[in-house]
Design a protein around this ligand. Sequence first.
Ligand code: TYD
Length: 204
Amino acid sequence: MKGFIAFEGGEGVGKSTQLTFLKKYLAETGQEAVFTREPGGTPLAEKIRQMILTNEMGAETEAALFAAARCDHIDNLILPSLRAGKIVICDRYIDSSLAYQAYARGLGEKFIYDLNSYAVQNCMPEAVVFLDMNPLESWRRQKGDVVANDRIEQEADAFHLKVYEGYQELARKNDRFLCIRTDWDKNVTSERIIDALRSRGLIR
Ligand code: TYD
């Protein structure tokens, strides 16, 4: 959907930092944008986020709760903002469900697309900025400073490698992906992101 941009990547790749840089750039250039996140973005979806990240549950339940949170988020924040002509930038979206639940948990793409079809059918991102970094590299860069805060971050290395492979597979198959190589220098990565979005006419 026009004006809808999602950010994706594994844990610790610097998504939050890059979103902060982009927010600053858009504010300085007078472009109005709504920044939001998944799971979350609305009061109900934030409650579902807490449930997902703090309770043990099966993969299917987890996928269904992500989809429920997404549905509320789309109905009450994303679509109304896009219809008002705003740019919407979302920290994670359906490609997280595809990388984490379809690939890493093994539920398969069809299961995730079917589960999300009602909510997402008219609300796919125009572009997905994928911060491309192997999880083993991102942990090495952070010199072991990463604190695993929630149930999903605490999964083993093998799980996070599967998530990364899932993203790479999705990027090969889908035009919506803009793969951004991350750099030691955060400003360089930010310039790459802004250039990629500008060259596609997604921002000015
Ligand atoms: P969060 O703290 O927001 O992670 P990050 O800062 O890395 O973005 O926690 C969200 C977690 O939920 C993260 O581990 C990815 C996971 N997730 C899924 O597994 N499926 C999904 O559909 C979404 C939106 C997130």
